[in-house]
Ligand binder design. Sequence first.
Ligand SMILES: [Fe+2]
Length: 239
Amino acid sequence: MEHVSRRGLSFDRIVRVTKMAPATYSLPSLPYAYDALEPSISAQIMELHHSKHHQTYVTNLNNALRALAAAQSTGDVAAQIALQPALRFNGGGHINHSLFWTNLTPASSPDTDPAKAAPQLSQAIEQAWGSHEGFRKAFGAALLGIQGSGWGWLVREEKGGAVGGGGLRIVTTKDQDPVVGGEIPIIGVDMWEHAYYLQYLNGKAAYVENIWKVINWRTAEQRYLGGREDVFKDLKAAM
Ligand SMILES: [Fe+2]
């Protein structure tokens, strides 16, 4: 028999809610085979990067969320604070890699042609940087300027950056920090050594040059035309 409080909430339901397990995240499947991005990115890198590196971020994010739920249930504020770096690092790692896989596609795909797959974004890029070449040069300089590990992003400001009204910027984030605040990530490039070193060794500039051959401009156009919620909708946890 259910016990009901004066406010109409079942006590059994309250107990179930407070004891509910935290959300869990899972490794998303790649929308192409591990060798599909060769020769720009080798199958060996893709397999390790996805099945080992990204999986580790997902596993550690879920572990941190379980520990956070336990700390919250006992009101242990110090433990909750101590977990913030792990949440930031592994949550960011999961978000960034999920965005990265879907903004890549095999070089043979028609989606690698920005003029056809991303007409509106292409127009905005040309307005902002003069040409695609000018944009790639500026983006490449930002990527190669990252010290240590991090990411480079083409973003649109959600407010004041209306489609067709400018608001495009190139930004970099450190370690696994994701693009936060009011910016919509359109294209992200992983500049951690694990993303290129097995194939390119210290030739970071060649990795940056070759990644343009496998950028999925159709995805970029969709992100450019949508809002932050659209970009992150596939990242919802399983409850
Ligand atoms: Fe990575």
